[in-house]
Each structure stands twice: as structure tokens, then as C-alpha cells.
Design a protein around this ligand. Structure first.
Ligand code: C2O
Ligand code: CU
Length: 462
């Protein structure tokens, strides 16, 4: 056998070290992502464990963290008793990797698998979740954080990813309550939990120091709950929304409202004295409770640092409103308003027929969902201004797949880039985007019971 030169030997050794081991699947070398049943200590210990569906049997599933521009490859292996898929929420992704069962791919049957392979073009805080029977599968725990790191990281001491959820627990059994297609949840505010967690626990406590600076990545993974959050013993700035950096850090002076699927990145300084705790408070009507506690044991330094710099922006074409195509999306239906009529499979239907078919909401008079005629067929690069009108008695968190949009303020000002916009009952909002990503893109309410009962459409870009 010829002797290896030192260089060849080193590269051979390097190759050996990179051979698939442990979590790599032998056949293709793609890291598996197992959707499976698991038992976790979700409730306080006295109540025993709760059976969930989670990626790797956990909820949240494993954090996926990559550098901006890097490739993400995961082999979804379905060990659940139900078909599933994975949607990479907020990623400007190639359409065939978007994970919408029944639109961009067939649902992955039990025991089958599917290779996801995409590039993450934008730095920021994203998440992944099941996108087949989402009302059930996300409620059972099929989600996790997807973090894309910028090359120039902000100057902070620590980072915490905080995923908020609420679970509907049957108090008799300590298990997740069924009835995922409850007509009451569908026609009202969606499936609301009775047990609120952060990172799968009700009493998450983070050790901290006075004057320590954190980057907090907040993710709302709940089916329908809006989280109004307030800092207590911490002061700071919002630096990004739905992954996308704000032009300037925005001082937190009022509650942060996080609708279903929305994210916010904060930079905060702990100002509480050692021996006390700072909190992210959850404001619930008249009350507030600690969503996350930061127990301060010492001082990191004598004083706070100065105002942080903005994050480097992600490359994004600016919308030109003067040439934008104007579109409308009118939301109707639900309890305390009702859907008198709408079309289903292209046929006009009465209220009784719609209720019979489990449809309580309509977009522009249609309750069809994604099989419907698309809301719009756009050409690639087309600029769009979309007015979303909430003619219902409930708030809705409207999510567009595949592209971020600007929330527009008064007088046509282009506000922050988002992928999910929360629209209060009776309100309207304009959003604007450049349709630069070809494919079939879902546009739906992220209150998942609503999406399942009529609040879904799609946009086609070609
Ligand atoms: Cu986060 Cu269509 O989903
Ligand atoms: Cu809704």
C-alpha cells in the first residue's frame, strides 16, 4: 500500500471524522427529523407525564440553528399514526420545500419519509411546524425553533430562545384534550389552551446577572392565543419582528403583542438587583403572571451598556407602491357575525350547508380553502398592495408563505417586514410585498382552527 503523504493522511483522517455517525442516517447522510409520539413532563410533577407528538418526541422539538445562507437538510421520518409534513415558517424558501401537505407536496404517510433541503437566505428567528392537520398536530407539540444567525452578531452576553405555547389539557387525565375539530373553537377564537408554557415548562427560570445583556428570541407557537407580554426588571429594545431586522432598535415602552406564529427579537438589559428576579410578564385581562423568570444572583458590571446597533438588514426588494397591483382580502364569518352564504367548490351555499361542511369563515365570499381559485395570480416580480379587512368579531393572524410583506401604516408608510400580521376585530390593514418567489403560496389565518374552517387561500406567482 503506498504511503500517504502527510497532507493526504490529514484529509483522509478528516474524511473519517466526518463519516456518518449517531444521528446521521446511513443511507443518505441527511440528519433525520423524527416525528414521533413522546412522553414529557409538561405539567407540574405531581400530575405525571403527558403524551405528546413532537419532533424527536419532544416539545419544542430540537432547535435547528444555521448560519445565514447555509443549507438545511432534514429527513422527515414519520413515526406518527397520522400523515404529516414540515413547514419552515417565515423562510423565503423554494416552493417545493414549503411543506404544505396537499399543495406543495403530498402528506408524508406513517412510516414514510421526505427529504427537506433548502437554503436559509435571511438571518433571523423562524420556526418549523407540522403542516398537515395543523390544528391537531401543532396542538400536540409538533414544532421547534429555526434560528438563522447573521454573520455580524449583536454584542450581547447571552441568548435565549423562548417558545410560548398554550395547551388544552383534560384535567381528569393530564393528557391533551381531543376534539381538535371542535365547531365551537372553529367558530370562535380558535383552540385556546388552559395551560401556558415556555419551552415546554410552566415555570421556566433563567439565571441572570444585573446589567447582563440578553438577546431574547420570542416565538408564539400556540394554536390561537395572542400573548401580550411586558418586561419587568428588564429594559430593552425590539430589534426584529418575524425574523426581519427593524431599521432601528425600538425601545420597549408598552406591551409586546405576539399573535399566533409571530416572533420578536429583543435586546434587553437586566436592571433588577441581585437577590431579586426580573420577568417577562404575561398580561391576561386584569391579571399578570410570570411567563419567564430571570433570577438575578450577582452583578455582571457596574452599569448598563449603551443603545444597541440595528441588526444588519436582510436583502429585500423595496415595494414601489406607485406601480403596485391593488388586491383585497375580506374576512367574514364566525360567531357573533355569522356567514350567511359563501361559495364552496364553486357553488353558492347557505349558512346551514356551510355549518354542515364545517366552514365558518370566508375569504372574499369563498369558504373553499386552498382548493379554491387563488386570491391572485401574479407575475414574478409584481408589486402588490393588499388590503385585509377584518369584518368579524375576532382577531386574526394572517400569514403569507414564501415572502415577507411590509405592514403599512397611515399614509402609505411602509412599516416593518413581517410574515404574519395580527388584525384586530373590525379593523383593516394594508400590506405590501414584491411577489419575487415563484410558486403556490398559502395565505391563511394562523389561528389554526380558523384556517381549517374557511380562512385559507393561496397566491400563485409565476
Ligand atoms: Cu406557520 Cu401555513 O403556517
Ligand atoms: Cu382567524
Amino acid at each position: 500500500m503506498p504511503k500517504l503523504s502527510r497532507r493526504e493522511f490529514l484529509s483522509a483522517a478528516g474524511a473519517f471524522a466526518l463519516l456518518p455517525r449517531g444521528p446521521l442516517s446511513a443511507a443518505t447522510g441527511i440528519t433525520p427529523l423524527n416525528a414521533q409520539v413522546g412522553d414529557i413532563q409538561l405539567l407540574p410533577e405531581a400530575y405525571g407525564t403527558t403524551s405528546i407528538w413532537g419532533f424527536e418526541g419532544r416539545a419544542p422539538g430540537p432547535e435547528i440553528r444555521v448560519a445565514q445562507g447555509a443549507r438545511v437538510q432534514r429527513k422527515l421520518q414519520n413515526a406518527l399514526p397520522q400523515a404529516t409534513s414540515v413547514h419552515w415558517h417565515g423562510i423565503r424558501i423554494a416552493n417545493e420545500m414549503d411543506g404544505v401537505a396537499g399543495l406543495t407536496q403530498p402528506a408524508v404517510e406513517p412510516k414514510a419519509d421526505f427529504d427537506y433541503d433548502f437554503v436559509a437566505p435571511d438571518a433571523g428567528t423562524y420556526w418549523y411546524h407540522a403542516h398537515n392537520r395543523s390544528t391537531e398536530q401543532v396542538a400536540r407539540g409538533l414544532y421547534g425553533a429555526l434560528i438563522v444567525e447573521e454573520a455580524d452578531k449583536p454584542d450581547v452576553d447571552r441568548e435565549e430562545v423562548l417558545i410560548f405555547d398554550d395547551w388544552l389539557i383534560d384535567p381528569q387525565t393530564s393528557q391533551i384534550a381531543g376534539d381538535f375539530d371542535s365547531p365551537h373553537a372553529q367558530s370562535h377564537a380558535g383552540r385556546m389552551g388552559n395551560y401556558v408554557t415556555t419551552n415546554g415548562t410552566y415555570n421556566l427560570t433563567v439565571p441572570a446577572k444585573q446589567n447582563e445583556r440578553f438577546r431574547l428570541r420570542l416565538i408564539n407557537a400556540s394554536n390561537a392565543r395572542t400573548f401580550p407580554l411586558q418586561l419587568h426588571g428588564m429594559e430593552g429594545w425590539i430589534i426584529a419582528l418575524d425574523g426581519m431586522p427593524l431599521k432601528e432598535p425600538l425601545a420597549v415602552t408598552e406591551p409586546i403583542i405576539l399573535g399566533s406564529a409571530q416572533r420578536a427579537d429583543l435586546i434587553v438589559d437586566v436592571v433588577t438587583e441581585p437577590g431579586e428576579a426580573a420577568h417577562i410578564l404575561h398580561l391576561d385581562r386584569q391579571e399578570s403572571f410570570s411567563q419567564v423568570a430571570f433570577e438575578v444572583d450577582s452583578k455582571a458590571s457596574e452599569s448598563r451598556r449603551g443603545q444597541p446597533a440595528a441588526l444588519p438588514s436582510n436583502r429585500h426588494e423595496v415595494v414601489d407602491l406607485a406601480q403596485a397591483t391593488r388586491l383585497n382580502l375580506k374576512m367574514e364569518g364566525g360567531a357573533m357575525g355569522g356567514l350567511r352564504s359563501a361559495t364552496l367548490n364553486g357553488q353558492p351555499k347557505s349558512m346551514g350547508e356551510l355549518v354542515e361542511a364545517g366552514r365558518f369563515w370566508a375569504f372574499n365570499g369563498s369558504a373553499d380553502g386552498m382548493d379554491n381559485e387563488p386570491l391572485a395570480k401574479l407575475s414574478r416580480g409584481e408589486h402588490v398592495q393588499l388590503r385585509v379587512t377584518n369584518d368579524t368579531a375576532f382577531p386574526h393572524a394572517i400569514h403569507l408563505h414564501g415572502m415577507h410583506f411590509n405592514e403599512m401604516g397611515e399614509n402609505g408608510v411602509l412599516g416593518p417586514l413581517r410574515d404574519t400580521t395580527l388584525i384586530e376585530r373590525g379593523a383593516a390593514r394594508e400590506i405590501a410585498f414584491v411577489a419575487d418567489n415563484p410558486g403556490q403560496w398559502l395565505l391563511h389565518c394562523h389561528m389554526l382552527s380558523h384556517a381549517a374552517s374557511g380562512m385559507t387561500t393561496r397566491i400563485v406567482v409565476s
